[in-house]
Design a protein around this ligand. Structure first.
Ligand code: GAP
Length: 462
């Protein structure tokens, strides 16, 4: 199988597993769907939330130089004028004159550059370029603004034009001074947030990799003008340790120093962390040095004083900013891809094996941490199992499952990445113990019912 086919195969398998198990579902499906819109089902919502909480812990609450913010999706439109998004937040677009499909011209060039003999530096004559889908003639390149527009107020004609935020940074800059003063923060310090962003992408796709509605986890780290390089290296290290904590292998990552001319309009240095997805090497996260561009722009456009006064030297200046920015859906995707395993495993029948799919998710991210599985639905077992499940719920996310054979139940829990299954059998009524099965090693251990909670706390390191 070619590398491309193997990649497609893995994506197909993951997408199908996620749909079957209620992890990620096609959005609005009963109405024929909505292009590239995905819903996070019961397990997906828990997984996503665990990642969000782990991110907040890793980047904010485990440090004393970070605070959290939750600013609005809709902001005063002057924010986007000042930040340059109304002018510059565009993608280059071409239309096919024949099939009417739209493409990002840079993506077409990216594809062309892989062809033998293609001269990358030569100026592009778009009249010679053809539609990648139907071979039709393409229009000239034009710039397309990615922000979703809406109107605020009940009467459309009289309402003010507003935008759904295309990134979260705006809120951190407009609230910078209020937070710095109210929370008595000294440089260097950062403001972080996690939340929805919206971009009218020309070519969304590759599952949850590029969608029009997604979540960003990002922070703005405010520093003295001369201190940005140190902060840049520090955050690069924190991002690396974060990726390790998700189970992402080092060799699936590529650190791409973005050259001048290709960086966003506000950035003096950007490193894109790229990932070898099954559909190619593409961006996962970004780390940018934004200089004092944003605060200076907002000070100019709003008239507010956004300078900071050093309490020791008395010096006044506009802080510079280092910004690590991470997509939540891309994080979910690489976490799932890293966790997805297929392997030969013993069945309940002695000496037999079959192929099992298992999500070897880091334990703290698993949507269900413990499954309680009574061997039979009989009341005497159900009473013990239900009481145990209720006890464990005080500490863990627990699923109670008493349907189908125990082998099928184990496989179902493997497929959603549940680290531990606790089986209550008839012997439990006598020996007051249960069997705890480890997802990865599939080893089983007999543990006293009274000790199960402590046993699992130990396993989770909590
Ligand atoms: N404030 C900087 C900023 O927004 P960005 O690289 O444009 O930077 C941040 O976006 C992150 O959001 C990216 O690194 C990526 O992980 C994610 N992202 C960007 N566009 C996305 C989309 N259309 N769908 C899903 N995730 C996206």
């Amino acid at each position: 199988m070619s590398q491309e086919n193997a990649g497609q195969n893995l994506m197909d398998k993951l997408i199908s597993l996620c749909k079957q198990r209620g992890i990620i579902l096609p959005g609005s499906e009963i109405y024929g769907g909505l292009a590239n819109a995905w819903d996070f089902g019961p397990y997906g919502a828990l997984l996503k939330n665990n990642i969000r909480q782990a991110w907040i812990k890793h980047f904010v609450t485990s440090r004393d130089d970070m605070v959290l913010l939750e600013s609005g999706v809709i902001m005063n439109s002057k924010v986007w004028e000042a930040s340059g998004h109304i002018m510059n937040f565009t993608d280059p677009l071409v239309d096919c004159k024949k099939c009417k499909k739209r493409f990002r011209s840079d993506h077409i060039l990216e594809q062309r550059s892989l062809e033998p003999g293609y001269a990358k530096e030569a100026p592009v004559d778009w009249s010679t370029m053809r539609c990648p889908e139907c071979g039709g003639e393409l229009t000239e390149v034009r710039q397309f603004n990615l922000m979703f527009k809406s109107t605020m107020g009940p009467v459309e004609e009289e309402g003010a034009t507003v935008y759904l935020r295309p990134e979260l940074a705006g809120g951190m800059f407009t609230d910078f001074k209020l937070i710095q003063q109210a929370n008595r923060k000294r440089l260097p310090f950062g403001i972080a947030q996690v939340g929805k962003a919206f971009r009218n992408e020309i070519t969304p796709g590759n599952y949850i990799f590029r969608t029009r509605e997604f979540e960003i986890m990002e922070l703005e780290y405010f520093v003295q003008p001369t201190a940005w390089e140190k902060a840049f290296e520090m955050w690069l290290g924190v991002m690396k340790s974060w990726l390790k904590s998700l189970g992402v292998a080092d060799n699936s990552l590529y650190f791409h120093e973005i050259p001048e001319g290709e960086r966003a309009h506000y950035s003096k240095r950007t490193v894109d962390i790229e990932y070898h997805y099954p559909f190619g090497l593409k961006e996962l996260y970004g780390l940018a040095y934004r200089t004092d561009y944003d605060l200076a722009q907002h000070a100019k456009h709003s008239g507010a004083d956004l300078t900071y006064q050093d309490p020791e030297t008395g010096e006044k200046f506009i802080p510079h900013v280092v910004e690590p920015s991470m997509g939540l859906e891309r994080t979910v995707l690489v976490t799932l891809l890293s966790a997805y395993h297929e392997e030969e495993a013993p069945t309940a029948e002695a000496g037999e094996t079959d192929r099992r799919v298992v999500l070897k998710l880091p334990k703290h991210l698993a949507p269900i941490q413990v499954a309680v599985l009574p061997l039979s639905k009989k009341e005497e077992l159900a009473t013990v199992a239900q009481a145990l499940a209720q006890d464990l719920r005080q500490k863990f996310t627990v699923e109670y499952d008493d349907t189908q054979s125990i082998g099928k139940r184990y496989r179902r829990q493997d497929e959603i990445g549940t680290p531990y299954c606790v089986t209550v059998d008839f012997e439990s009524l006598n020996d007051k113990a249960v069997t705890v099965r480890d997802r990865d090693s599939m080893k089983q251990e007999r543990v006293k019912i009274q000790e199960v909670r402590e046993y699992l706390k130990d396993k989770f390191g909590s």
